[in-house]
Design a protein around this ligand. Structure first.
Ligand code: GDP
Length: 317
């Protein structure tokens, strides 16, 4: 039997790397979009790389026509809330418009070849902004409060539009998901790298922004597993994916320093206005019961374990 072909945008990022491994382990033929100039895949033997830019529409159409994937995972885009504040138009184009174009291209491909093309959009808890209910689920009002959330909301809503049009399009509203592959522009990795560097005597302080911000942090490989469950489920739909447990940045710092063997983290952490956000959701908390009920999805790694894994990786780096 021919292998199932999957196409991943953002293939060399944290999620793309774990998704490549997961799909490969399940016997897929994996293809990935990589922007020229991006770092190559971590495990190049698992994936066929296609150089290109999500915003280059003719190139994307030609690529899909050549690969003819039966599953498309849209993970590409500007992934940092902080960067989207400085590049809001780019965020709208890459996270929003390019996602719409990809869904249109997937739908046209499906029409042309007469076979289902399943589309998975990596959406974000940021589409809820400062939610009026906690925890949030699929029925929570979409009211983003930053350019990142607004760009992701366009793609999320478009998945619903294309689903109604006949595309197997699922949008996964992903809460923060972390791993040793997280870039240090995200607070978790910044903290685990910082704590490890202090433990090794390579740094003397760690400068952070708002320590009271709370997030629902999970283990990234669990989140890519949810994407595959959504793509292969008979019906496409929207799913909230998160652990259902929130912690503050302060909790993360304390846990990371303890994991690095340092008890008095307050001595090393400096609060710096440079790292505060103009607006920052405070109540992000997932109710993933629909994903559990319909997809059989469950997070496998809890908070302390997640922090411990990241610190251990950084201590050995
Ligand atoms: P996000 O939820 O996608 O924005 O993920 P981040 O890891 O970038 O930020 C998570 C939370 O940590 C936000 O509420 C930030 O305001 C807060 N935070 C506090 N200090 C820092 C910092 O130094 N860097 C980053 N990136 N976030 C910080």
């Amino acid at each position: 039997m021919a292998m199932t072909r999957a196409f991943i945008t953002g293939a060399t990022g944290q999620d793309g790397t774990y998704l490549t491994r997961h799909l490969h382990d399940q016997g897929y033929e994996v293809h990935g979009l990589v922007r020229p100039g991006d770092k190559p895949p971590m495990e190049p033997e698992l994936i066929t790389v296609h150089a290109g830019d999500l915003m280059d529409r003719p190139a994307m159409t030609a690529m899909l026509d050549k690969i003819r994937p039966s599953q498309i995972y849209n993970l590409g885009g500007v992934s940092s809330v902080a960067l989207c504040w400085t590049e809001p138009v780019l965020a709208a184009e890459v996270n929003g418009t390019a996602a719409v174009f990809l869904m249109e291209a997937a739908w046209k491909l499906q029409e042309k070849i007469g076979e289902q093309v399943a589309f998975v959009q990596a959406s974000s808890a940021e589409i809820f902004g400062e939610a009026d209910t906690s925890p949030q689920d699929e029925s929570t009002s979409i009211r983003p409060m930053n350019p990142y959330g607004a760009s992701k909301a366009l793609a999320h809503l478009s998945a619903g539009v294309y689903r109604a049009r006949g595309l197997h399009a699922s949008s996964l509203i992903l809460y923060n998901h972390e791993s040793p592959l997280r870039p240090p522009s995200f607070v978790t990795r910044k903290i685990t790298q910082g704590a490890a560097a202090i433990a090794k005597g390579e740094a003397t302080e760690l400068r952070l922004g708002n320590l009271e911000a709370r997030r629902d942090w999970g283990w990234a490989p669990d989140y890519v597993a949810a994407m595959v469950l959504a793509a292969t489920h008979p019906e496409s739909d929207d799913y909230v994916i998160g652990t259902g447990e929130a912690h503050s940045v302060r909790d993360f710092v304390a846990a990371a320093f303890i994991a690095a063997g340092i008890g008095d983290w307050e001595t090393y952490v400096v609060q710096d206005p440079e790292f505060y956000r103009p607006a920052d959701p405070t109540k992000a908390l997932a109710n993933a019961s629909k994903a559990h009920r319909v997809l059989g999805w469950e997070p496998t790694v809890g908070f302390d374990d997640l922090v411990g894994r990241m610190v251990t990786a950084d201590l050995h780096a």
